[in-house]
Design a protein around this ligand. Structure first.
Ligand code: SAM
Length: 221
């Protein structure tokens, strides 16, 4: 058994994923009242992400169950001790990553979220999961909260906030990524510039599309 597969975390995740399925963006008026083109435009906007995610503030929008399990496995297999997460929401991905830190023997996870009500929910879930001691939630825009006071070395990073900002967030953390560090970017196909950067030979990464929604990259040097 692992922290992920035993109580209190396993039943908590079952409940949170069930609740997320019942509050899917596909059926939420906050999303369905947007024309598909407008939704796609907002997802790619570098200036209107506050408006978009403000509309979505009551939705958990978690990674899939499979991506959650993948996050746990990757963090375990690279023996991560320091993790950065962009986009906390209700903390479902955070719970997977923090569980891996626990089973790796401890560490530090910095996650960031600008919606105050989501920060409250994430803190509650992490406390219920018994993992809050490993997590620092930085409330505010990641462009500021990840702009200072980062760990010397970062073993793994999850990008799951505003898709348009993936290149900027990578730039903020890049020099702290140790050789071999993993970067998991959810729904990165919304950001062709990010994909071009991590896939181009000579930019310091190896990168492949992995599973349906994930771009998995490794820092080479
Ligand atoms: C897709 S959800 C994250 C889901 C979460 N990783 C999980 O799997 O449980 C994206 C979250 O990022 C937050 N967000 C988007 N852009 C942000 C920014 N620039 N700074 C901080 N948080 C941001 C949104 O409010 C939203 O809650």
């Amino acid at each position: 058994m692992t922290t992920l597969t035993r109580a209190p975390l396993a039943p908590l995740l079952d409940r949170l994923f069930d609740e997320a399925a019942a509050a899917s963006p596909e059926t939420s008026p906050a999303v369905t009242e947007l024309a598909p083109e407008e939704r796609a435009r907002l997802m790619r906007s570098k200036t209107e992400y506050l408006d978009l995610y403000g509309r979505l503030k009551d939705l958990p929008l978690p990674v899939s169950r499979e991506t959650g399990a993948l996050l746990y496995m990757l963090a375990r297999s690279c023996r991560a001790r320091t993790i950065i997460e962009f986009g906390t929401s209700f903390g479902i991905s955070t719970l997977h990553l923090a569980a891996a830190l626990r089973d790796n023997g401890g560490g530090r996870l910095i996650t960031t979220e600008f919606e105050p009500t989501k920060v409250v929910r994430a803190r509650k879930n992490l406390t219920e999961g018994g993992l809050m001691d490993l997590v620092e939630i930085r409330e505010g825009d990641a462009l500021q909260t990840l702009g200072a006071d980062l760990p010397e070395m970062v073993d793994l990073m999850l990008l799951d906030g505003a898709k348009a900002l993936y290149p900027e967030i990578l730039t903020l953390v890049e020099e702290r990524l140790r050789p071999g560090a993993l970067i998991i970017a959810d729904n990165a196909d919304y950001n062709p510039d990010y994909l071009a950067r991590v896939r181009a030979p000579g930019n310091g990464y190896m990168s492949v599309p992995f599973a349906e929604e994930v771009e998995l990259s490794m820092r080479i040097d």
